[in-house]
Design a protein around this ligand. Structure first.
Ligand SMILES: [Cu+2]
Length: 445
């Protein structure tokens, strides 16, 4: 019999506080745990679709499949070569597939949305002669519906969920987003050196992946400059594949925009290329590969680029929050969101329980810059306090506004200011709940 437990996953952060106050940013990583066989000949076999997996990946069935989209994007399930497929299912929708007419054998099943099979939404369906699990005997592994949870199964799920919190905040090797110190050239230009390579990166304790990194970290080192600075960045390509750097959001000359082969020749393995431009206004920008971006960026080849100060609307009353005439932003925290590739569901390159708690004192004014380098929207929800949105893509808003949940789409950046007023450990997470909590254990019992 199979069951699952849930634990914090995707994008979770906390605020902690004792005398002081701790804002804990914790993104939980969704560890895609392969689910056990769910099969049997006595009834509908549940099949779950998520980003990016078909669970179970080895399905055994004789009659029908009960297919549910438990993900955050539209998916379908196609039994390749049979003409049998579900309609496109929105998140939360289900469909039944009749497989009783299929000849005995093993078929490939996929999601036919472009790129989803390649991302992992592929499996097999074995019809007839299959082993599998007899659902009539009490299998609960229903891909998320859990309409029949026995007290024992519930207790097991609870125990696993609670245990998943214990290591938080967990130690891992490597820290991204570290501000890089430039070399100052004789004319005042700030010069940075980046190396793109495939390196080991510990996403969660013990989960070391082959990430695509700048200078060995995810995110890469943060480049922080002043408005008006001349910036030079030398990139050495030690990847096995061509690359470039696109300065996402920066207004710079076309030949520095980093879109190989459109605006520059590709930087081939072993080659070095130097970018140079002047930063003309405040920026909350990103740098990442444009060539092979679909592989490189989800796997970690990205970093934050900031110029200028947080545009705080001093003296204004924003939705009932009176901003003082003078204040100091005491912490400016980058929050780089990713959701795919070898990095998976992460905040600043780390998954729960290795996501970093944010700590602040009551009354402090802190700023958070969001950068979505993933493939999906993430509604970032902070408990307890309003997020005052002061800038979009680095541009100061004429009318800042309050949110408790801020939708950050791929490619977007937002800057928010937070003034924690109540002590406590406050949760901070993506509100696509399958990003914040995922099945982490399936066991036979
Ligand atoms: Cu999310």
């Amino acid at each position: 019999m199979n069951r699952e437990s849930r634990s914090p996953a995707g994008i979770t952060a906390l605020l902690v506080a004792l005398v002081a106050f701790t804002l804990t940013a914790a993104i939980a990583v969704a560890v895609a745990t392969d689910r056990p066989e769910g099969g049997g000949s006595t009834g509908p076999v549940p099949v779950s679709l998520t980003e990016f997996a078909v669970s179970p990946s080895a399905i055994t069935a004789d009659t029908t499949l009960a297919v549910t989209n438990n993900g955050a994007m539209a998916h379908n399930l196609v039994i390749v070569g049979t003409g049998i497929e579900t309609p496109m299912l929105n998140p939360g929708q289900s469909a039944s597939l009749d497989v009783s007419a299929l000849a005995e054998g093993t078929y490939e099943v996929i999601c036919s949305v472009a790129g989803h099979k390649e991302a992992g939404m592929v499996g097999t369906l074995t019809v007839g002669a299959g082993g599998g699990v007899d659902l009539a005997a009490g299998g609960v592994h229903s891909g998320g519906t859990h309409d029949e949870i026995t007290p024992e199964q519930g207790a097991d799920m609870d125990a696993k969920m609670l245990a998943s919190w214990e290591p938080f905040p967990a130690e891992t090797e490597g820290l991204g987003n570290q501000e890089m110190t430039p070399e100052i050239l004789p004319d005042g230009t700030k010069r940075y050196e980046l190396v793109a390579a495939i390196t080991d990166w510990e996403v969660t304790p013990g989960n070391v992946v082959k990430a695509w990194t700048y200078n060995g970290t995810v995110p890469g080192p943060m480049i922080k400059v002043d408005v008006g600075d001349r910036v030079q960045v030398e990139l050495a390509n030690e990847l096995p594949i061509m690359t470039d750097i696109h300065w996402h959001g920066l207004t710079i000359p076309n030949d520095q925009d980093g879109v190989a082969p459109l605006t520059q020749p590709p930087i081939m393995p072993g080659e070095v290329f130097t970018y140079e431009f002047t930063v003309t206004r405040p920026e909350v920008a990103m740098y990442h590969a444009h060539a092979h971006g679909d592989i490189a960026v989800p796997n970690g080849l990205l970093g934050a680029f900031i110029a200028g100060d947080v545009p705080v609307p001093l003296g204004q009353n924003i939705g009932g929050i009176q901003i003082p005439d003078q204040l100091e932003i005491t912490q400016r925290i980058p929050m780089v969101v990713n959701d795919a590739g070898v990095i998976g569901l992460t905040l600043n390159g780390k998954g729960f329980p290795a996501t970093e708690p944010l700590t602040a004192k009551v009354g402090e004014w802190i700023a958070i810059d969001y950068f979505n380098e993933g493939l999906q929207v993430h509604p970032m929800h902070l408990h307890g306090f309003d997020q005052i949105v002061v800038a979009k893509d680095g541009r100061a808003l004429n009318q800042p506004y309050l949110v408790d949940t801020l939708n950050v789409a791929p490619g977007e950046r937002y800057t928010v200011v937070v003034n924690p007023t109540l002590p406590g450990v406050w949760a901070f997470h993506c509100h696509i709940l399958t990003h914040a909590e995922v099945p982490t254990a399936c066991s036979a019992w």
